[in-house]
Design a protein around this ligand. Sequence first.
Ligand SMILES: CC(C)(COP(=O)(O)OP(=O)(O)OC[C@H]1O[C@@H](n2cnc3c(N)ncnc32)[C@H](O)[C@@H]1OP(=O)(O)O)[C@@H](O)C(=O)NCCC(=O)NCCS
Length: 380
Amino acid sequence: MASVEYAKGLEGVIAAESSICRIDGENGKLYYMGYPIRELVKTCSFEEVTYLLLYGELPNAAQFEAFKKKMRGSRGISEPIKAMIRDFPKESHPMELLQAVVSYLSGYVEHRIQHDAHCNCRNTLHQVSQLATVVAALHRFRSGLDYVEPREDLSHGANFLYMLRGEEPTELEGKIMDDCFTLHAEHSFNASTFTARVVASTLSTCYCSISAAIGALYGSLHGGANEKVMDMVDEVGDVAKAEEWVNATLDAKKKIMGMGHRVYKAKDPRAIVMEDYLQQLGELKGETKYYDILKKIETVFRNRMEEKGKPIHPNVDFFSGAVYRLLGIPTVLFTPIFAIARAPGWLAHILEQRSDNRIFRPKALYVGHQERPITPITQR
Ligand SMILES: CC(C)(COP(=O)(O)OP(=O)(O)OC[C@H]1O[C@@H](n2cnc3c(N)ncnc32)[C@H](O)[C@@H]1OP(=O)(O)O)[C@@H](O)C(=O)NCCC(=O)NCCS
């Protein structure tokens, strides 16, 4: 076995081969199965992208019709699931509920599939279809409102907004929500995807893998940066205060949320799409405050960084929170929305892991005691 150097956080370590996602960080490019993300958003729905991630190719018209029918037909949730959502402790975070619900959902899948370690995730689309329904139901119940039945005539994004609000969104809002899902559907070996693959590598079920991935996404170092961006925007409050606020924050050696990325050294291509949508939505709704504040923060921050020879650009989270807010989505749902979007990516990686599996078993660099005698408890 080749000896491998220790890398904290596995930075730079290649953990598996993959043909799902390519990130060209130097040039700010992202590809799913070889297709540029900006082209996918322009041309395909989230459901088509889900098919692409699960099958490796874009569907033809007949394949897509059949797939869409299956995905949309799986949107509804049963009474016990609704009861679970209703009864879950109100103080808990929606991500905790989501993780628990995914495990619970597995009990409602055909017995044969559930107990087959190699269960075909492509046949159990509940993880993708129903996560949106669960999140919308949670929001409705916690707001004292009734559950809204999903509709099969709407896209994944439009249906999610419909279930959340009880009213059909405009075409643009539906398209933007759908594209937000596409933009977050996949991003190579991040912590939650790696978690999903580790669990899948033990030949556990896809439900257990997805549930574990949701647990990983919940952490504030992974999902949730866009929540912090909105806290920042609220704190700044007014575009006239943005410059002073950024300067004071940087002088205090604090980070500006939504700026910078470990992989992208150019502007995150997803941020470019999000920025455009924020501008469009802001103008449409007569609420340009968020866009104006964010653009001012970006300009001041980038000027300060360039003075130090550090070109740092916005990442996807910089604009996404404001887009969600203009779509009427409360901040606490931002990370659950990330989970809804990422489900196809996780499933794609679970399938890929199983296609050429070897259980993950890294080593630890042991730094503890070598060997020592036990002192009897009365003498300790
Ligand atoms: C994403 C992040 C963790 C990447 O960190 P990283 O890989 O260490 O970033 P870099 O190596 O490019 O950082 C280079 C320098 O710029 C600084 N920098 C990077 N992002 C910054 C930010 N958002 N605000 C202020 N300074 C920042 C770093 O502190 C570092 O400074 P130093 O050279 O004096 O140590 C970091 O940019 C960050 O914390 N961003 C804000 C949080 C966020 O938006 N997270 C979501 C990511 S999708």
